[in-house]
Write a protein that binds this ligand. Structure first.
Ligand SMILES: [Zn+2]
Ligand SMILES: [Zn+2]
Length: 353
């Protein structure tokens, strides 16, 4: 076991502050990573504030962070995929049972025994729970380590590990491709990645936003059209015309307005997670055989596929890079959607403390 610097919260109400945490020494299959950047996800904030108490009660001290990129510093004797110096990433998962049907199919995101990067019981017993990426080092089994293409800016690549795969996976599942008409609802951390992927897949990409002032940015990110969703006339023009809509809005909103825009066999997938139930008008689904679904991150093979796709197509997130000392301020700003479009922590700032 060794100690490493980190930022942790002692309770739901406390700010994140400098601390030191234990990490295990790399075992045979482990990869030790020096963390260079870590993206800030909304889940980090929800978990730290214990807002998902009913589903996933927070354990303190907590160290969030699951959009990790860094460089391999050491590998165990049985590691075959990585060597010191490699650029790698770690997303939301650091382990799973590897034997269930989901794991056998490379769909670890559905494994009933998955180990989350932070807040899951630590099977190695290094600490009560796993500690995430707001830290300068992490040790992860090579199966859960991903290769980061060398041409990508690292700070901007970090959010691919959660925001990227969360939007990429449902688009692949529902066949987003050239000739399809695809909508993205909400232009934030998830939505802006959704726009980049839909555009890169060759789909006709339409952004729905409540803020007309996001129009220019949406077009810059790759949208072909921008619709202000509060404008009923503008919405009507698109009725029954979409193959797929990715809904990235985590606040209560009228999903039926978007289901009405789907064509026959169209699908609307939620990746935003409102904490209250959303009313769905079932007739809207029946006429047109439409479907309404949700999707979490992706499995390890698909996450690697997404990273390779990003390398080939030069796709990264739009980030504001911050020193870790600004983390609490960043959380406040994130609550006000005051970020374009993701914060990425430069972990060199932690070493300088
Ligand atoms: Zn996340
Ligand atoms: Zn499993």
């Amino acid at each position: 076991m060794y100690k490493t610097r980190a930022y942790s919260a002692a309770s739901a109400a406390s700010p994140l502050a400098r601390t030191s945490i234990p990490r295990r020494d790399p075992t045979e299959r482990d990869v030790q990573i020096e963390i260079l950047n870590c993206g800030i996800c909304h889940s980090d904030l929800h978990y730290k504030r214990d807002e998902w108490h009913d589903v996933m009660p927070a354990v303190y001290p907590c160290v969030p962070g699951h959009e990790i990129v860094g460089r391999v510093t050491k590998v165990g004797s049985g590691v075959t995929k990585y060597k010191p110096g490699d650029l790698v990433g770690v997303g939301c998962l650091v382990d799973s049972d590897r034997t269930c049907r989901e794991c056998r199919e490379g769909l670890e995101q559905f494994c009933p025994n998955m180990v989350l990067t932070y807040g899951s019981p630590d099977r190695h017993g290094t600490a009560p729970v796993t500690y995430g990426g707001y830290s300068d080092s992490i040790v992860v089994d090579e199966r859960f380590v991903l290769r980061i293409p060398n041409n990508l800016n690292l700070a901007a690549a970090a959010p691919l590990l959660c925001a990227g795969i969360t939007t990429y996976s449902p688009m692949r599942h529902w066949g987003v491709s050239e000739g399809k008409k695809v909508g993205v609802v909400g232009l934030g951390g998830l939505g802006h990645m959704g726009v980049k992927f839909a555009h890169a897949f060759g789909a006709h990409t339409v952004v729905f936003t409540t803020s007309p002032n996001k129009r220019e940015d949406a077009l810059r990110l790759g949208a072909d059209e921008v619709v202000v969703s509060k404008d009923a006339n503008e919405m009507k023009k698109h009725a029954g015309s979409f193959d797929f809509i990715l809904d990235c809005v985590a606040a209560p909103h009228d999903v039926n307005a978007f289901i009405n825009l789907l064509g026959r066999d169209g699908n609307l997938t939620m990746v935003g997670a409102p904490d209250k139930p959303l009313p769905v008008a079932v007739f809207g689904l029946i006429f047109g055989r439409k479907s309404f679904s949700g999707s979490p991150i992706g499995g390890l093979p698909e996450t690697q596929e997404m990273l390779d796709f990003c390398g080939t197509n030069n796709i990264t997130a739009d980030v504001e890079v911050i020193p870790i000392q600004k983390i609490n301020e960043a959380y406040e700003r994130m609550l006000k959607s005051d970020v374009k479009y993701r914060f990425s922590i430069d972990m060199a700032s932690l070493k300088s403390e």
